[in-house]
Design a protein around this ligand. Structure first.
Ligand SMILES: *[C@@H]1O[C@H](CO)[C@@H](O)[C@H](O)[C@H]1NC(C)=O
Ligand SMILES: *[C@@H]1O[C@H](CO)[C@@H](O)[C@H](O)[C@H]1NC(C)=O
Ligand SMILES: *[C@@H]1O[C@H](CO)[C@@H](O)[C@H](O)[C@H]1NC(C)=O
Ligand SMILES: *[C@@H]1O[C@H](CO)[C@@H](O)[C@H](O)[C@H]1NC(C)=O
Ligand SMILES: *[C@@H]1O[C@H](CO)[C@@H](O)[C@H](O)[C@H]1NC(C)=O
Length: 373
């Protein structure tokens, strides 16, 4: 049995598979750096820039693990930190940057099962830093094998920074975020995200820890939403209602916020209706869904889909719900049925939703603050 239950990390498997992968290898070279100075600077507040790949919609942060700089997928839908290891041929073939840490003699193989793909490896204690934050002796998974779905994005990232609860790590150890908090490097257990979409090419993505969380664009008070399922280790919140235009399509729902998912996942029981209301005519292709680049709801692209939480409504424009226009003039739909676990009637609110808000997660109690972006 897999020890880590991972909801997310690219839930929209079919869509991702249909995406043409970009041949360009990210311009990051493996480099050594002296970590001594990082320890001294750790108390400074700093936000972490996030790189976004336009076609795959993946946000990454550069982390230094055992002296090697790796682009890491930033994922609030999972917890285990892993990095590609030099013994992983599939990682090398996928152009990942690899760690040369000596594998522990007693390597007990462990798996991380994502909604799309599997990572296998051994646990080892390493030193890890991100910006000015530094953790020594963090238990991470050195990946010795990855599945095809993960390899597909190897030119974008070489590991994952999981930011959900400690209890979803393999062996219930500390995450990078909770280590920072326990060690007093961050005064509050909070991480804020600003994740602009491709419709906002000017701003860069940012992640901020503890008190360095900035309010990016608004002075309206956020809403604070407690974790709806206390036993879960991910950021699951109650949704009062979901509307398409003026019509309420669902009420009293639950949704998982997940930076590691690209689009919006709809519970299987209600998916077809909602998809056809939003997109009109849908053509199945290569396991994804092709749709029109303009909303069939007409002129009102801006308010096609909305989510209400605790009395406050957030609108997701049609342009967030489609990919860029493809060669045939059609776009890929960024909403699809969530096929992760059939018994699990939750919505997955990935980047398509997160582009429209500024959100802050509390890594200790799972509370989420949502601000208008
Ligand atoms: C690895 O780190 C954990 C804490 O994260 C610690 O409990 C354990 O003793 C360390 N193991 C070794 C071999 O250093
Ligand atoms: C995980 O660890 C915490 C504290 O170290 C403990 O309270 C909790 O019961 C553990 N959970 C599991 C599932 O082992
Ligand atoms: C979420 O909704 C359920 C059912 O409507 C309710 O019982 C629960 O108290 C709510 N949880 C939170 C944290 O608001
Ligand atoms: C896409 O939408 C436009 C504008 O509403 C419409 O003119 C066009 O016929 C639609 N294309 C398809 C293939 O449905
Ligand atoms: C709706 O969005 C599409 C895709 O971004 C765009 O091509 C179209 O012009 C928009 N329609 C209106 C009326 O804004």
């Amino acid at each position: 049995m897999f020890e880590a239950i991972i909801l997310a990390g690219l839930v929209l498997l079919n869509y991702s598979q249909a995406l043409p992968t970009s041949p360009t290898v990210q311009q990051i070279q493996a480099s050594r750096s002296d970590q001594g100075h990082l320890i001294d600077r750790r108390a400074e507040d700093s936000s972490i820039p996030l790189e976004r790949d336009e076609s795959a919609g993946i946000f990454t942060a550069n982390m230094v693990i055992e002296g090697i700089l790796l682009p890491m997928h930033v994922d609030t839908g999972s917890s285990q930190l892993w990095g590609a290891h030099e013994s992983c041929q599939a990682c090398r073939d996928a152009h990942m940057i690899v760690l040369d840490t000596v594998l522990p003699e007693e390597c007990e193989r462990k798996d991380i099962q994502y909604a799309a793909g599997t990572v296998t490896g051994c646990l080892a204690n390493t030193s890890v830093s991100l910006g000015s934050y530094y953790v020594e002796d963090l238990r991470i998974l050195l990946a010795t094998d990855i599945s095809e779905e993960i390899a597909m994005h190897g030119h974008l990232y070489s590991g994952t920074l999981g930011l959900a609860d400690d209890k979803l790590t393999i062996g219930n150890t500390s995450t990078f975020g909770s280590s920072l908090f326990t060690q007093g490097q961050i005064p509050s257990p909070k991480i804020g995200f600003y994740l602009p979409g491709r419709n906002n090419p000017v701003d860069e993505g940012k992640m901020a820890f503890g008190n360095s969380i900035e309010r990016f664009t608004t002075n309206i008070e956020p809403i604070t939403l407690p974790r709806a399922r206390p036993d879960d280790g991910v950021y699951v919140i109650n949704v009062t209602k979901v509307s398409v235009g003026e019509t309420t399509v669902a009420s009293n729902q639950q949704a998982v916020l997940d930076t590691g998912s690209l689009g919006i996942g709809i519970p299987p029981s209600m998916s077809d209706n909602i998809l056809s209301t939003i997109y009109g005519k849908i053509t199945e292709e290569d396991g994804g869904k092709k749709v029109n680049g303009s909303s069939p709801l007409g002129e009102n692209n801006l308010t096609s889909l909305s989510f209400t939480f605790d009395g406050k409504t957030f609108n997701v424009g049609y342009e967030e719900l489609i990919s860029t226009s493809q060669e045939d003039g059609q776009c890929w739909a960024l909403m699809d049925t969530y096929k992760g676990n059939e018994a699990d009637e939750t919505w997955i609110l990935g980047e398509a939703f997160l582009h429209t808000v500024y959100h802050v997660i509390n890594i200790e109690d799972g509370t989420v603050d949502l601000h208008n972006a």
